[in-house]
Write a protein that binds this ligand. Structure first.
Ligand code: NAD
Length: 362
């Protein structure tokens, strides 16, 4: 049975690539969580990490985490994407809380199946979108909540990173069946989640994707033209062929324009600029942000808020509905790119891509 948030939650991290960054975040939050176990099919790695970080248990066997008196309260799944669904289901069915890396699952249909399983489970399931927890972005959301932004006009979302042979030497990457997609699914997914967290759902999009940088199955360049449900427009661009790596999030509203830094992996952090359309509005913005405190950022920011949500019974800081919205965007992007047609959302269970976007040959 999943532990209540009144006590410290005992955490097991599964998959020790980016899982190492999760371990560091759990260790920032020792008043709320206790990192009790690490799991990796590479048993030597699991042993090394447990020794180095003084974590009591290590294992190469995921199933062994699910039973026994000393099992964790919370599974933190950081394995390759094609393993997420089965591990999430096993964790929930064992009565544990589950946190899972992006992309959550390969289709809207499977996401809906997971949501049904979660609704019957004792534990909660939280997808990862840690980029949401950065001071600059949280300031923008604060200004919107104070009604200091006005009508949204245009968002410009850029993800220009670089990946090459060394990155794709890892077996699961670059393949539809295991990575589930390319730059849109793995890399730009954060920036596009942020777009929807600020602007709400997408209404319609037209996408082009291409594989131009690396000899891989999945796309590594994309250009998307978007109409949001709130009437504003957005452009999304993503490539893995840019030596200067940047992320840029730019939101133009009636009363202000907000722009992130270019830091590729921390675009939601300070410094952001908030430029008002007139001096009076600028003074109100500056005043609203004077004593702004965001707390922990990135993974630690998401995990801390997870604990607070369990304690209060409130909504999780990132919900299954958020992950579903990001999967719906991916579904639309791949369908549009392949069909050469715009796609209108929401995508219902009668849509040909509801069951998934992976090519039939994958
Ligand atoms: N949120 C982010 O910013 C972010 C960043 C990087 C990766 N990710 C996501 O995290 C996931 C993992 O990516 P990565 O780059 O760390 O991959 P990786 O290949 O570097 O690491 C994955 C680890 O999982 C282990 N593993 C594989 N199968 C396992 C199993 N059945 N049981 C236990 N361990 C197993 C592997 O041995 C490996 O050590 C992916 O879904 C990826 O998209 C997210």
């Amino acid at each position: 049975m999943a532990g209540s948030a009144k006590q410290k939650l005992r955490v097991a991290v599964v998959g020790l690539g980016v899982g190492l960054q999760h371990c560091a975040a759990w260790r920032e939050l020792t008043e709320r969580f206790e990192l009790v176990s690490v799991c990796d099919v590479n048993e030597n790695l699991a042993k090394l990490v447990s020794e180095k970080l003084e974590i009591p248990h290590f294992t190469a066997d995921f199933d062994s985490l699910l039973a026994g008196d000393d099992r964790p309260d919370l599974l933190d799944i950081c394995t390759p994407p094609h393993l997420h669904f089965e591990m999430c289901v096993k964790g929930l069915e064992a009565g544990l809380h589950v946190i899972c890396e992006k992309p959550l699952v390969p289709s809207l249909a499977i996401c809906d199946e997971l949501a049904a399983i979660e609704s019957r489970a004792a534990g909660r399931l939280m997808p990862i979108f840690q980029y949401r927890f950065g001071t600059g972005l949280l300031k923008l959301q604060h200004l919107i909540a104070q009604d200091l932004a006005g009508r949204p006009y245009l968002s410009t979302i850029e993800t220009a990173w670089q990946r090459g042979d060394d990155y794709y030497a890892v077996d699961w990457r670059g393949k539809w069946k295991t990575e589930l997609g390319g730059v849109m699914t793995t890399h730009a997914i954060h920036a596009h989640d942020i777009l929807c967290s600020v602007m709400g759902p997408v209404k319609q999009l037209f996408a082009r994707t291409a594989t131009r940088v690396n000899p891989i199955e999945t796309e590594d360049c994309a250009a998307v033209s978007v109409e949001m449900g709130n009437g504003s427009l957005a452009t999304l661009s993503a490539t893995l062929g840019s030596r200067p790596e940047i992320s840029r999030l730019r939101f133009c509203f009636e009363k202000l324009t907000a722009e992130s830094s270019l830091a590729p992996y921390t675009p939601s952090f300070d410094p952001w600029t908030f430029t008002a359309t007139d001096d009076g509005a600028q003074a109100r913005i500056d005043e609203a942000l004077e004593d702004f405190e965001a707390g922990h950022q990135l993974y630690a920011g998401q995990f801390q808020r997870f604990h607070e949500a369990l304690a209060s019974g409130g909504p999780l800081p990132v919900t299954l509905a958020d992950a579903r919205r990001s999967l719906e965007l991916l579904t639309a992007v791949y369908h549009s790119s392949r069909s050469g047609e715009p796609v209108t959302l929401p995508i219902g269970d009668d849509h040909p891509a509801y069951a998934g976007w992976l090519p039939p040959s994958s």
